[in-house]
Design a protein around this ligand. Structure first.
Ligand SMILES: Nc1ncnc2c1ncn2[C@@H]1O[C@H](COP(=O)(O)OP(=O)(O)OP(=O)(O)O)[C@@H](O)[C@H]1O
Length: 286
């Protein structure tokens, strides 16, 4: 174990260039395109995600981040391209099967899920990906050996995410931050090797941000690969091992936080678009 390179060590020799090859990619995508009418939402020539890292996917509003997440996880169909996870092609594989292969994405609590208890949310997630076949899951007998194991796993995860006391409460009664914790806990029910988080800090009060950040880095340290979309630059710069910048559907830059911070193209495309006010960029709003 001592000869294992650290995360930073593994990324140290990687050139900060769009589409660059990684030493041990868990996810590889090539020529992935998706249009809506005349609008090309995603047009990624090549992208690799290094195993065991926290990789941020950033970009201005409408850059295609959520669409790319949906495509890679089987919740939307590509117009062209292929991608593989752990060396297996994922084209045409449905969302819940992608999850079973170890790549999960978090889902916001839908209205229906807020009316279930925290524990039921966890148990549904164990059946595959939440959002699909959820009612079908209830029709199956719940108390086999597998279900008991699921309850145990759910309890352990709820304890880890400090939600065990809430196990029998409706998910809808949780605060914004607790919902994010539940979304993360739920996605871990299938023991994934990669987790994709869509804006994990959105709507979270500052006191819980540190706790969420701690959970994300702990997952990485346990070997789970994390890919996340986020707008908060402090969060992005603080925990990312690698950052991929998307603009108008294309990867325009990649690199470690220091590379990205000083990348002129990123500042123009991302920060320029984020801050509508003309100025010298010295002031920080909000
Ligand atoms: N189902 C859809 N039908 C039509 N257009 C869509 C659809 N989904 C996304 N788009 C468009 O595709 C583009 C990319 O959207 P997407 O939501 O992927 O961007 P994003 O980077 O996640 O943005 P944000 O940061 O605002 O969430 C946008 O112009 C959006 O309006």
């Amino acid at each position: 174990m001592s000869s294992e390179p650290t995360t930073a060590g593994r990324m140290a020799g990687v050139e900060p260039a769009p589409g660059v090859a990684k030493p041990d990619p868990i996810l590889k995508a090539s020529g992935v395109r998706r249009s809506f009418g005349g609008l090309t939402a995603v047009d990624v020539q090549h992208l690799e995600v290094q195993r065991g890292t926290i990789t941020a996917l950033i970009g201005p509003n409408g850059a295609g981040k959520s669409t790319l997440f949906n495509l890679l996880t089987g919740f939307d169909r590509v117009d062209a391209g292929q991608w593989s996870f752990n060396g297996h092609r994922l084209n045409g594989v449905s969302g819940h099967k992608v999850a079973r292969r170890g790549m999960v994405r978090t889902f916001q609590l839908t209205k229906a899920l807020t009316r279930l208890t925290v524990m039921d949310n966890m148990l549904l997630a164990a059946q595959g990906q939440v959002g699909e076949r959820m009612w079908g899951a209830f029709l199956r007998p719940l108390w086999g050996a597998r279900e008991r194991a699921n309850v145990q796993r759910a309890e352990a995860l709820l304890e880890r995410f400090k939600l065990l006391a809430k196990r029998d409460e409706m998910a809808g009664s949780l605060s914004g931050g607790q919902r994010k914790l539940l979304e993360m806990a739920r996605s871990l029910m299938v023991n994934p090797s990669m987790i994709m988080l869509d804006e994990p800090m959105a709507g979270v009060n500052p006191a819980l941000v540190q706790s969420l950040l701690g959970h994300i880095t702990a997952l990485r340290d346990e070997g789970v690969t994390v890919l996340f979309v986020e707008h908060d630059m402090d969060v992005i710069m603080g925990i990312s091992d690698w950052i991929v910048v998307l603009a108008q559907g294309k990867v325009i830059a990649e690199g470690c936080p220091e590379d990205i911070r000083s990348n002129r193209e990123v500042i123009d495309a991302y920060l320029g678009a984020q801050h509508d006010e003309p100025g010298d960029g010295a002031e920080e709003e909000r």
